[in-house]
Design a protein around this ligand. Structure first.
Ligand code: AMP
Length: 215
């Protein structure tokens, strides 16, 4: 099963993608995670992407297509994948269609998680992430310790550079300008496009997603 998760930054795609990945036993592919790891490791990919990411701008389509292609062709994605934030422009949607055709695979669903802008600004301004496991927390202050129990080295909670107010505003503008048109592209290309309200608790949203996807 291949599912594309669309929706503004902070809509909960990462968290819900994690749940779906566990339930369906298929990997979650998140280009944001791949890029942040590259920035941390200081690889050429990371060095090229860092400035755009910190501003909240998109990195070039060909970079994303390369990551997407490699991830989908990997044996771990043989049974499917959840694509979280991987498709953010129309050329990326076209690129994914080409990659899937080459691999003889099909896209099962495009799930759009809707959250209003005010709620996004509130969520992202209150978000910290563990500097070791990268897990996001809401309402926990920078400097606190991560209490996730699945990593040995206890991390410290930090704020993502792109969760600063200017970058949040830019990411929302980028979403409207570059990513929202992807929804229409999928509509005109006959994808199984589904919408889900992303407001409420994680459990409430997951229940809606299960119903919407018929799981
Ligand atoms: P995310 O973790 O999904 O919010 O992504 C963080 C940042 O990584 C984005 O603001 C972009 O700078 C970059 N990025 C991640 N995925 C993509 C993509 N599909 N296209 C372009 N840039 C991306």
């Amino acid at each position: 099963m291949i599912i594309v998760l669309l929706g503004p930054p902070g809509a909960g795609k990462g968290t819900q993608g994690e749940h779906l990945s566990e339930e369906l036993a298929i990997p979650k592919i998140a280009t944001g995670d791949v890029l942040r790891a590259a920035v941390r490791e200081g690889t050429p990919l990371g060095l090229a992407a860092k400035a755009a990411m910190e501003r909240g701008d998109l990195v070039p389509d060909d970079v994303i297509l390369g990551i997407m292609k490699e991830a989908l062709a990997s044996p771990s994605a043989a049974r499917g994948a959840i694509l979280d934030g991987v498709i953010r422009t129309t050329p990326q949607a076209e690129g994914l269609a080409r990659v899937l055709a080459e691999l003889g695979r099909t896209l099962d669903a495009v799930l759009v998680v809707d959250v209003p802008d005010e709620a996004i600004v509130e969520r992202l301004s209150a978000r910290t992430v563990c500097d070791v496991c990268q897990r996001p927390f809401t309402g926990r202050a920078p400097g606190e310790r991560c209490d996730a129990d699945d990593h040995e080295l206890q991390g410290t909670l930090v704020r993502r550079k792109d969760d600063e107010p200017d970058a949040i505003r830019n990411r929302l503008a980028v979403y409207q300008r570059q990513t929202a048109p992807v929804i229409d592209w999928y509509r005109t290309h006959g994808a199984a496009l589904k919408f889900v309200d992303g407001m409420g608790t994680q459990d409430e949203v997951l229940t809606r997603i299960r119903t919407t996807l018929g799981l």
